[in-house]
Design a protein around this ligand. Sequence first.
Ligand code: DLL
Length: 436
Amino acid sequence: MAGYWNAEIETMDIEALKKLQGERLKATVERVYKNVPYYAEKMKRAGVTPDDINGIEDLKKLPFTYKDDLRNNYPYGMFAVPMDQVVRIHASSGTTGKMTVVGYTQNDIGVWAECIARSLVNVGVTDKDIVHVAYGYGLFTGGLGLHYGAEKIGATVVPVSGGNTKRQVQLLQDFKATVLCCTPSYALYIADEMAELGVKKEDLSLRVGIFGAEPWSEEMRRQIEERLGIKAYDIYGLSEIIGPGVAMDCECQTGLHIMADHFIPEVIDPVTEEVLPEGSKGELVFTCITKEALPLIRYRTRDLTILDWEKCPCGRTSPRMLRVTGRSDDMLIIRGVNVFPSQVESVLLKYSEVEPHYMIVVDRKDNLDVMEIQIEVTNGLFSDEIRKLEALERTIRDDIESTLGIHAKVRLVEHKTIQRSEGKAKRVIDKRQLYK
Ligand code: DLL
């Protein structure tokens, strides 16, 4: 079995870990109260002061933070340090047009690399490995996140980024990567491309895969392992907390170890916001206790899971989260990109020729996500020339692509053909059934 990157922390006595969390929580709350007017105000309204926080048992006194809080303080309003201390910005999709912006100090980048280093070592990656990073580089946290951690353990990094799958296969062969990092659906897509090109798994040197950024199932794990001849491991994270490496599988594949000395996990009922007893399924909430630039307090991830505090056979004592089994909001992840129906709606509202009645149909064809957006035209428009409609479809398609960052097929449909709902409108048909 693989060793540890940071044995002292990873196998720490659970009571000692909780004490450390409490101390770090107290220091973080003091800092945000002083430096982030948003938090000071929110805490005053909730009737809590930093003096009330003396250990993790006091965590529940603190108010929650939501994705919309980041939007309302766009871009830097929630940062807890002056901008001259911020050395990196990343961003992910917001619920409407504006992105969710996150920042890092030099120290935060170090903490992040430490989380990834632990994650890689968890599953037996060493300085002898060649790590092919096919997560996107750029505002998305996947590429650079894995990159810094792999360098930290002394592995050889191949920073390919996403896309151009033929070239990916060629590079995997030529550079003899032993570790593949990408979304699980892209791993299967690479396997398809290999089959097409007549490249066999034995022609590659891969032995481990680090897959995440989107939901996947045990069945997909089995398929990837079989088709690529590797062990496939789940890595979890979100930009708001740090990026990939918030939690990671170990070789036991029985849940993802949370880096709990940096992020305190809770599971709550997404409706009542009550903290749920251990072992219950609910929404994961994280509090950052070492982050400097953006230390979010009780951040509602919207991801549904179960926490397991049992010591793992690998020897790590940190709590594990089980595979994410759903969302408590309507966010979709399409080709690794987070998409909110409200983003689509904000585009449609700009066009008087269409109604805000639409349906997003998502499917997975040949291991690639495809999205079609059916949109109702306004009454009378269908009698117009076909060329005009096609031009409108193209304009909306381009607008959606530039807003969402991914391609969608746009199909205009006649007035009143999309089913109306009596309650909450149904905007999405997801045929992929990812959460099993
Ligand atoms: O997806 C960070 C990441 C990059 C994780 C590379 C793993 C690997 P965001 O773009 O902010 O960050 O999206 C975060 O993606 O709230 C989950 O809903 C989903 N997600 C991430 N990892 C997993 C996973 C990155 N292993 C959102 N299983 C999260 C299921 C995941 N869902």
